[in-house]
Design a protein around this ligand. Structure first.
Ligand code: ZN
Length: 180
């Protein structure tokens, strides 16, 4: 049992931590990250609105492998592949990563863990979280129901030459017929 008190930090999510100390202390961090700070993730999104709620815990398994476990939820805006309008998408992911300090160590990591390679005294967290969010993106985003009016408007726009259609109840066409 660790004699060091577990640390719990609320609020702003830390940019970087000391990985060895964090594992020893079984440190936990939680907080939010603006999507606008995650540029690689934005490449897959309609805009940079939204934020991610993140919770991570450091620790180790029974074999002594250093671990970074976490949960992450984010509300992002993607492009609906049916109507091409923005659609809100809820991302949610859980991860369990093995902390290593070299490629060599990564190779020897138990198979169930994805490696995260850290410096001895420095682990930059944002890219790790960003990778997990990118992995959790759906392949395609759709509205449950697209706005039909918008769809019709788009279809009209795409017609090369709009054809004038005469509705049967058009009062003018009724007049035309009366003249005849
Ligand atoms: Zn749609």
């Amino acid at each position: 049992m660790s004699t060091i008190a577990r640390t719990m930090n609320q609020g702003l999510f830390p940019v970087r931590v000391d990985p060895i100390k964090s594992v020893e202390q079984e440190a936990e961090f939680s907080g939010s990250i603006q999507v606008s700070k995650l540029e690689r993730l934005q490449n897959f999104l309609q805009d940079d609105s939204g934020e991610a709620q993140v919770e991570i815990q450091f620790g180790h398994d029974q074999q002594g492998t250093s671990l970074l476990r976490g949960q992450c939820q984010a509300q992002v805006r993607m492009t609906c592949q049916r109507c091409m309008n923005p659609v809100d998408v809820e991302l949610s992911t859980n991860f369990e990563l093995g902390i290593v300090f070299s490629d060599e160590q990564a190779k020897h990591l138990p198979k169930q863990y994805e490696p995260v390679i850290a410096e001895r005294d420095d682990l930059v967290l944002l890219p790790v979280i960003e990778d997990e969010l990118i992995l959790s993106l759906p392949m395609y985003a759709y509205h449950a129901e697209c706005d039909d009016n918008e769809l019709v408007a788009k279809a009209e726009e795409m017609k090369p030459e709009p054809v004038e259609t005469e509705a049967p109840n058009n009062p003018f066409s009724v007049l035309e017929q009366l003249k005849k």
